[in-house]
Design a binder for this molecule. Structure first.
Ligand SMILES: Nc1ncnc2c1ncn2[C@@H]1O[C@H](COP(=O)(O)OP(=O)(O)OP(=O)(O)O)[C@@H](O)[C@H]1O
Length: 388
């Protein structure tokens, strides 16, 4: 581009300050990723960029962001990007910059004053669509401009990566784990740390430790919302979450079916023991629309409202049915293809219903919805996991 303007190193650096690392979400100039900038007489520019690790999965994206930003600087001719890898000292400096100088990482969401809303998505039974709903709510909230993370703690299913269409592995910078991003959602899954489809058979303490690590060692950045996809049932993980993030609120997923509603209600009742707040109930697979426009209810009706009513009575404050999601092939196809239905077909029946639930979560003011269950748990069963 010959505009007569001569590019300077400072104009190039100022353009680079607008380039963010795709995973860390920070300007590359701030986190020590710009190694060098050289502007030649012929107005071509050489930029040296440090990657955090040599196996950085985002290298192509980083190069293209840098090339584009520099090429847009008036007067710049050819742009060449040369990659290098940070040494240990640089990585330590980066980790300290992002996480502070603490030896033991803390769980940011458990700190007083944390602005991240943490929603634990729970169901009594497997297969009611908990992961599908988690992923759709996450991407719908991200599409609304919120900064969103998903922690897939479903040791039996860990289907979040597939539903988000990404098999990218997290990047490790010393002890800090940087989550991959798909559809603008940062995500970490137990599945990223195991081989293929090997079932995870961790129990109690090991699982607790893994969750603690995912919450403390993962660099989530400043999230507006963190969604946790819990394994079905209550048990160990729900108790761990309650201990690790006492402020997490429970979103209960059920189908309209009586039996599913009963177990979902018990899953919600775990909150009574852990004193967590219940955010609301979502009923999935509520009806199927037939070609003539009529609705068929393969799983019966009323389960979601029943769970909401029973939980309302149990906690003594309103628990709302936040939405009913129809059974629709597009939703399953979105999950299989890795593009959630709220993005692939936002106007579909299931897409609209899910977006309406996301809207309620997005506009929710902190501390207003959900109720603190001021119940003395000490006199209840000592083994809350036995509830189910
Ligand atoms: N409303 C829906 N319409 C069509 N298919 C759906 C719907 N909800 C979920 N499914 C499909 O049902 C299957 C189970 O859903 P999903 O994996 O989300 O359930 P889950 O409760 O997370 O299960 P698990 O706890 O076993 O991991 C998936 O194939 C998903 O695509």
């Amino acid at each position: 581009m010959s505009t007569g303007v001569v590019p300077t190193e400072s104009s190039v650096r100022s353009a680079l300050s607008k380039v963010k690392d795709p995973e860390l979400g920070k300007p590359i100039t701030e986190i020590g990723m710009v190694k060098s900038v050289a502007v030649a007489d012929d107005a071509s520019v050489d930029v040296g960029v440090y990657l955090t690790t040599s196996s950085c999965p985002m290298r192509t994206e980083i190069v293209s962001r840098v090339e584009k930003a520099v090429a847009d600087v008036p007067g710049v001719g050819q742009v060449r990007v040369e990659l290098d890898v940070m040494d240990d000292e640089q990585r330590t400096a980066l980790r300290k910059k992002l996480r502070g100088d603490k030896d033991e990482p803390v769980i940011p969401f458990a700190q007083p004053g944390s602005l991240t809303r943490v929603y634990a998505v729970a169901s009594g039974k497997g297969g009611v669509g908990k992961s599908s709903i988690t992923v759709n709510l996450a991407t719908a909230l991200a599409a609304r401009g919120l900064s969103v993370g998903v922690l897939d703690a479903d040791i039996y299913g860990h289907s979040v990566p597939r539903m988000l269409g990404s098999d990218a592995k997290p990047t490790q910078v010393e002890r800090m784990i940087v989550p991959p991003v798909s559809h603008d959602v940062k995500f970490i899954s137990i599945g990223q740390f195991t081989d293929g489809n090997t079932p995870v058979t961790w129990r109690g303490p090991m699982l607790h430790r893994a969750l603690q690590q995912f919450l403390a060692d993962v660099y989530w950045g400043d999230l507006d919302v963190l969604l946790l996809d819990l394994p079905p049932g209550t048990g160990d993980v729900a108790i761990s979450i309650a201990q690790l993030i006492p402020g997490a609120e429970i979103l209960v997923i059920t189908t309209p079916q009586q039996a599913a509603a009963e177990v979902a209600e018990r899953a919600g009742a775990i909150a009574l023991q852990t004193r967590q707040k219940i955010l609301g109930v979502v009923e999935n697979m509520s009806w199927m629309e037939l070609p003539d426009g009529s609705r068929m209810e393969p799983f019966g009706s009323g389960g979601g409202q029943k769970v909401a009513d029973r939980l309302t009575r149990a906690v003594g404050a309103p628990v709302k049915l936040l939405g009913q999601i129809p059974l629709e092939p597009l939703l399953r196809e979105g999950g299989d293809a890795g593009t959630p239905v709220v993005l692939a077909h936002p106007e579909s029946a299931s897409g609209s219903a899910l977006r309406a639930v996301a809207e309620q979560l997005a506009v929710r003011k902190r501390g207003l919805a959900g109720m603190s269950l001021g119940i003395d748990t000490t006199r209840r069963s000592e083994q809350p996991g036995n509830l189910l």
